[in-house]
Design a protein around this ligand. Structure first.
Ligand SMILES: [Zn+2]
Length: 79
């Protein structure tokens, strides 16, 4: 019984954290949609945070929007 209670609590915590993350992500996407910007690169058309891609692909093209920086392109590529 004690073990089960612990597992339930752990799952509840994880769920609330992922809910919080999802809500945060959704807020950001809504803001970017209003601006018409790709949420991944903030409309720049490239991103610099993806270290692994740097070695394999063009580091200056945002993969989510094909480098256009447009929210519409991001939406098409990610939905
Ligand atoms: Zn982008």
């Amino acid at each position: 019984m004690e073990k089960n209670d612990c597992e339930v609590n752990t799952l509840g915590l994880l769920n609330s954290v992922s809910d919080w993350m999802a809500a945060r992500q959704e807020k950001k996407i809504n803001e970017m949609e209003t601006l018409g910007y790709c949420p991944d690169c903030h409309g720049k058309g490239f991103n610099t945070y993806n270290v692994y891609e740097f070695y394999y692909t063009n580091p200056y093209d945002c993969l989510s929007c094909n480098g256009s920086g447009s929210f519409d392109d991001w939406y098409e590529n990610t939905q």
